[in-house]
Design a protein around this ligand. Structure first.
Ligand code: NDP
Length: 491
């Protein structure tokens, strides 16, 4: 019997009369993981009502006290790490160690934000006038919306929720429909941690109707969105009419450059993990490998040999390297790109098909695929978001950087070289929000800003010292204790 869940509104799990429902399924086995309410605009508006009603009390609670609740939440995530990690693996298909890693990233970030309750730094600066004091304060924006994708179903919601809460905002959280179970479990953790009613609300349901309310209701002051670039554009446009603050984290097409002096074994480990970890469904996944011609043949021989030992299977089975892709939609998209690659003349070096037979028939398993491609082909420019790697041979460092940058996205990049001069130049030249030297394109740490340039983002950064920027307004305050009217700039 599939477990049924309601919407978390005003501190209660509610099931609206006559609610429509949808289920989520394990992409590895087809097992149902929960039945969820498909919220309408009416219920989403009720969630905004609840968040608005809770705002005054929450923002007036001293930030260190808010931090104590987050600390409690981090402890619950820690206690439930194995269980929640398994939900992540079951609901979107990444292997269990990566599922637990997803939860660990949430724990790290919630802990980090709980400490932020004792900082929320402003500035004090001198006044140009005597007996006058100038400072800035950080204030919450108000009710904020968190709209998240399915690929990090515990970590990404927490990046938004914990940063928003510590700053004194209240939140309406809409998880990706594909991973609603993980979304609901995140809500339950904060409920258990003792968050006052209405401070966090969880609304499951379609991006269209739930998203419309969250991007148009004038009481929602900020929308924090992570997802695909087309959806992000739509969110941006819709929210523009109400002049909402919108933070967008979107797609990637991340290159790993391998220079002729690179440690090839190290580069190989990085490329495999970067390309096929989470079935290539990380926004920072390595989807382009740009290899210097002097080491190309040797490196590709090593790479393809290692790939023969790569195990695809149920993500909960120990020893499996890669699980299925997350859903039927993901599978069709990836298979379509495999055909596009073949049609545009890319040479298939490995994989290229849906896996069939045995357990593969129960889920959405695609072979890890490697194409030898020419820069400019669609498979080298469009985000596939699956286990598909395009490899390109280049004659020089300059050409490697040019190709790496000749793309609409700009999230992550990586270069393997032992030449410190080339490494430092690459840090500057690569047009991405994140660059790794001698490490794969993946590996975010919560104490550092995360985000991208070009079509990947609209200028903000999550996590790190920037985590609370998207959720705070800066208030400038002047305190004049001179006892008479003083005029700035006017003599
Ligand atoms: P989508 O863009 O399809 O969905 C993201 C979220 O937006 C979901 O919750 C979705 O709801 C919701 N949504 C859909 N339509 C609307 C709408 N009109 N208004 C408001 N919300 C809407 O992305 P995916 O979930 O498929 O995630 C994959 C994408 O996310 C990839 O492109 C990946 O690169 C990107 N991503 C970017 C990251 C970054 O930090 N740069 C990190 C992780 C992923 P529903 O599920 O109900 O459709």
């Amino acid at each position: 019997m599939t477990e049924e869940f309601g919407l978390f509104i005003g501190g209660k799990w509610v099931v609206p009369a006559g609610a429509k429902r949808f289920v989520t399924k394990n992409p590895a086995t087809g097992e149902e993981l929960g039945s969820f309410v498909s919220a309408t605009e009416k219920e989403t508006t009720q969630a905004v009502d609840a968040a608005q009603a809770a705002l005054r009390h929450w923002r007036e609670l001293p930030a260190p006290k808010r931090g104590e609740i987050l600390l409690e939440a981090a402890g619950i995530f820690r206690r439930r790490k194995d269980e929640l990690g398994a939900f992540v693996s079951k609901e979107m298909g990444k292997i269990l160690p990566e599922g637990k890693g997803d939860v660990q990233e949430a724990i790290d970030f919630v802990l980090y934000m709980s400490g932020e309750g004792r900082r929320l730094l402003g500035e004090t600066v001198p006044s140009e006038l005597r007996n006058k004091y100038c400072l800035t304060l950080r204030q919450p924006k108000g009710v904020v919306a968190a709209i998240t994708p399915w690929n990090f179903p515990v970590a990404i919601p927490n990046w938004k929720i914990a940063a928003a809460l510590i700053a004194g905002n209240t939140v309406v959280f809409k998880p990706a429909s594909t991973t609603s179970r993980c979304g609901v479990e995140v809500g339950k953790v904060y409920e258990e941690a003792g968050l006052p009613p209405g401070v966090l609300n969880v609304v499951t349901g379609p991006g269209g109707s739930v998203g419309r309310v969250l991007t148009t209701d004038p009481r929602v002051k900020a929308v924090s969105f992570t997802g695909g670039t087309d959806t992000g554009r739509q969110v941006y446009r819709t929210a523009a009419d109400a002049l909402k603050y919108v933070h967008l984290e979107m797609g990637g097409k991340n290159p790993e450059i391998i220079m002729d002096d690179a440690d090839l074994d190290l580069a190989l480990d990085g490329a495999l993990f970067g390309a096929f970890g989470s079935s290539g469904q990380r926004c920072t996944a390595t989807s382009r490998l740009i290899v210097h011609e002097k080491v190309y043949d040797k490196f590709m021989e090593m790479f393809l040999k290692r790939l023969t030992t790569f195990k695809v299977g149920n993500p909960l089975t120990p020893g499996v390297d890669m699980g299925p892709v997350a859903s039927a939609d993901q599978e069709s998209k990836v298979l379509e790109y495999l055909e596009i690659g073949k049609k545009e003349g890319a040479k298939l070096l490995a994989g290229g098909k849906k896996l069939k037979g045995g357990i593969y028939d129960q889920g959405f398993y695609v072979e890890p695929t490697v194409f030898e491609a020419k820069h400019g082909m669609r498979i080298t420019k469009e985000e596939i978001f699956g286990p598909v790697l395009s490899v390109m041979k280049v004659p020089s460092y300059e050409e490697a950087i040019r190709i790496a940058n000749d793309i609409d996205f700009g999230l992550s990049s990586s270069i393997y070289t032992r030449n410190v001069n080339l490494a430092f130049r690459a840090m500057d030249l690569l047009e991405t929000g994140i660059t790794y030297i001698n490490a794969p394109t993946i590996g975010a740490e919560v104490q550092l800003p995360f985000g991208g340039v070009k079509n990947t983002g609209n200028g903000g950064r999550e996590a790190g010292t920037t985590a609370i920027d998207e959720f705070t307004e800066i208030k400038t305050v002047f305190v004049d204790f001179s006892g008479h009217l003083q005029k700035a700039q006017i003599e």
